[in-house]
Design a protein around this ligand. Structure first.
Ligand SMILES: *Cc1c(COP(=O)(O)O)cnc(C)c1O
Length: 517
C-alpha cells in the first residue's frame, strides 16, 4: 500500500513486496554463424581466443564489409587483426558506422601517414631501463609483460610491438624487470600492461603477481586490460580468487563506446568489484566513434553504474594506424566542458594528451580561473556563473611546518620538475645548451668573470642547483633542498637518455618464455 508520505517501516514493507526483478540472465544475441556453439564453449575464454576472426573471408561471414574495409583487410603491411567471436557479435553487420566495428576492423586509410606520425610516439622504448619496463615518473613504472591481446585496437599506441609474437617479452626480460624493481625502492606502483596481461596463462599471471608482491616497496599493482571488454568470459571465479590473493590490485579497463557495455561485461565487472578490485576506465577520444558529448555522457554514466570510475580520456597518440581516428584537442576540451558540473564528478575523466616524445600525460581542460589580483581570484563555473573568491589575508603557509617536518619526504632528487621550482629545490628549468648558447662564445671578460653575481639570495643562503634539461643538478654549490637524503639507489636512472639507444630491446625474445601452465 502506497501512501504519499510513507514511513520508513512502510518503505521497508514495500521493498519486501517488490523485490528487484532479476529475470533470466541477459546475454548478447549471437550471430547465426555461432548459433550452434554450445554455451559451455562460447563462455570459455580459451574457445574465444582459439576462434578469433582475422581474415577477410571469416569477417565477411558475419559483416557486410565496405570496400574500404576490404581494402584494409587485404593490405599486406597492416597491423594485426584478431577479433574474439564475442566482440564480433557486438558489431552491427549492416552499419558501416558501428562504433564497435570501427575499433577493430581496418580501413584502407589507416595506413596513411600524417605529419608528426612516429613509430613510438611516447618514446617508451627510449625511456626503458630494461626491455619492457618504462620508468617515466618518479614513483611508478609501466611494465610490459606480453605483446599479445585478446583482440587488436586499430589505433594501438604500441602497435610497434603489440601483436607480434616475435617481439614479446621473455622470462629473461621479466627477471631483468624484477631486478630493476628490486633495486629501485622509489617505485611504489607497478602498472602491468602489454599487450594485455590478462591473456597470460593463469600460472604465468600468478607468477608475475607473486613475484611483484615479494618486493616490499611495491605498494600497489595495477592492471591495464581490455580483456573484460573483448572477452568477459576470462573473468572467472578462479581469476578473481588469484587477484584477491595479491591485493591491493587495481584494474583499468578500456571502453570507448556505451555499446561495449553488455550484460556480459557488466557481470564480469561485478565479479571484479566483489573481488575488491577498484575499477577504472581509460578511453581514447576517437573521431567518428566517441567524439561527442552525448556519447561520452552515456558512456560515463553506464560505467559508474557498473562501479567503474572513468579515469582518463586520452587524446589519440601520433602513431601509425591512428591518423583517421585523431580529433583536435579542442574536441576533448569541449567534451570536458560538456561533462564537468553537468554530471557527477565521479563520472568525469581527466582528459590527457600523452606528450609526443615521452613527457607523460598532460591534463588539458577548459579554463575555469578567469582573472586574479592580489587577494582575489575570479572563477567561472560550468554554467558561466562568474564569482570572486576573496583569499585570506592572514594565511600562514608555515602553520603546517610542525606536521610537515614529521611527514615522509620522498626522494625524487632532480625530478622535482616545476614543483621543484616552488619547493626551492631548483631555480630554473633550462633547455639543453641554454648557458652555452647565451655565452655567445664570449671570452672571459671583466663583467662575466664573477659567477657569484648570478647566485640567488635566499634567507642568507645562496641558492644552489640549476637544473638542465637532463634533470642533473650542476653540483657546483651545496645541496640546499635538505630532503631526499636517506633514500638512495633510486636515482641515476632518470634523465640522461642521451646515448642510450634502443638496441638490445629487440633481443628479448631469445630468452626462455615465462613458465607455462
Ligand atoms: C600512464 C603511465 C603511467 C601511469 O600514470 P598515472 O597517471 O599514474 O595513471 C606510468 N608510466 C607510464 C610510462 C605511463 O604511460
Amino acid at each position: 500500500m502506497k501512501t504519499p508520505n510513507p514511513t520508513i517501516e512502510e518503505l521497508q514493507q514495500q521493498d519486501e513486496e517488490e523485490p528487484p526483478s532479476r529475470g533470466s540472465i541477459a546475454t548478447t544475441p549471437r550471430p547465426t554463424l555461432w548459433a550452434d556453439v554450445p554455451d559451455e564453449q562460447w563462455n570459455d575464454w580459451r574457445w574465444q581466443l582459439a576462434h578469433r576472426l582475422n581474415s577477410l573471408d571469416e569477417l565477411a561471414q558475419i559483416i557486410n564489409l565496405t570496400p574500404e574495409e576490404i581494402e584494409g583487410l587485404q593490405a599486406d603491411d597492416k597491423f594485426r587483426v584478431d577479433i574474439t567471436p564475442y566482440f564480433a557479435s557486438l558489431i552491427d553487420p549492416n552499419d558501416p558506422h558501428c562504433p564497435v566495428r570501427r575499433q577493430v576492423i581496418p580501413q584502407g586509410r589507416e595506413l596513411k601517414a600524417f605529419t608528426g606520425m612516429m613509430e613510438d610516439s611516447l618514446a617508451e622504448d627510449k625511456h626503458s631501463p630494461v626491455p619492457g619496463l618504462v620508468h617515466r615518473y618518479p614513483d611508478r613504472v609501466l611494465m610490459l609483460l606480453t605483446t599479445q591481446c585478446a583482440s587488436y585496437c586499430r589505433y594501438c599506441t604500441r602497435s610497434r610491438i603489440v601483436g607480434n609474437p616475435a617481439m614479446t617479452f621473455s622470462r629473461v626480460d621479466f627477471e631483468a624487470q624484477l631486478d630493476y624493481l628490486r633495486n629501485t625502492p622509489q617505485v611504489r606502483d607497478v602498472l602491468l600492461s602489454g599487450g594485455d596481461p590478462l591473456v597470460l596463462a593463469p600460472k604465468q599471471l600468478e607468477y608475475v603477481l607473486s613475484s611483484l608482491r615479494a618486493i616490499e616497496h611495491i605498494e600497489i599493482i595495477r592492471i591495464g586490460s581490455r580483456v573484460p571488454v573483448f572477452m568477459p568470459q576470462r573473468i572467472t571465479d578462479d581469476l578473481c580468487d588469484v587477484l584477491k590473493k595479491y591485493h591491493p590490485i587495481w584494474l583499468n579497463i578500456h571502453v570507448n563506446h556505451p555499446k561495449e557495455i553488455t550484460p556480459e561485461l557488466s557481470r564480469a565487472l561485478e565479479k571484479l568489484a566483489f573481488a575488491g578490485v577498484p575499477l577504472g576506465n581509460q578511453s581514447v577520444l576517437l573521431a567518428g566513434i566517441n567524439d561527442s558529448v552525448d556519447i561520452q555522457r552515456e558512456l560515463v554514466h553506464k560505467l559508474v553504474r557498473n562501479r567503474v570510475r572513468p579515469y582518463y580520456l586520452y587524446q589519440c597518440d601520433m602513431v601509425k594506424g591512428a591518423g583517421h581516428f585523431r580529433t583536435t584537442i579542442a574536441k576533448g576540451i569541449e567534451i570536458i566542458e560538456g561533462l564537468r558540473g553537468h554530471t557527477s564528478g565521479y563520472a568525469v575523466p581527466t582528459y590527457v594528451v600523452d606528450a609526443p616524445g615521452g613527457g607523460g600525460k598532460i591534463p588539458v581542460m577548459p579554463q575555469y580561473l578567469i582573472s586574479q589580483a592580489p587577494g582575489k581570484v575570479v572563477l567561472r563555473n560550468y554554467e558561466g556563473y562568474i564569482t570572486v573568491y576573496d583569499e585570506p589575508t592572514d594565511y600562514d603557509p608555515h602553520a603546517i611546518d610542525a606536521l610537515q617536518s614529521q611527514a615522509v619526504h620522498r626522494a625524487e632528487v632532480g625530478q622535482g620538475g616545476v614543483y621543484g621550482l616552488l619547493s626551492g629545490e631548483a631555480e630554473s628549468i633550462k633547455p639543453e645548451g641554454f648557458d652555452t648558447l647565451h655565452q655567445r662564445h664570449a671570452a672571459q671578460h671583466r663583467l662575466n668573470v664573477d659567477t657569484a653575481k648570478w647566485v640567488r639570495y635566499k634567507d642568507g643562503v645562496p641558492m644552489p642547483n640549476i637544473i638542465n634539461q637532463n634533470g642533473h643538478t650542476n653540483g657546483n654549490s651545496q645541496n640546499g633542498n635538505g630532503n631526499g637524503n636517506g633514500h638512495h639507489g633510486a636515482n641515476g636512472h632518470n634523465g640522461a637518455s642521451n646515448g642510450h639507444s634502443t638496441n638490445g630491446h629487440e633481443n628479448g625474445h631469445n630468452g626462455k618464455p615465462l613458465p607455462k601452465s
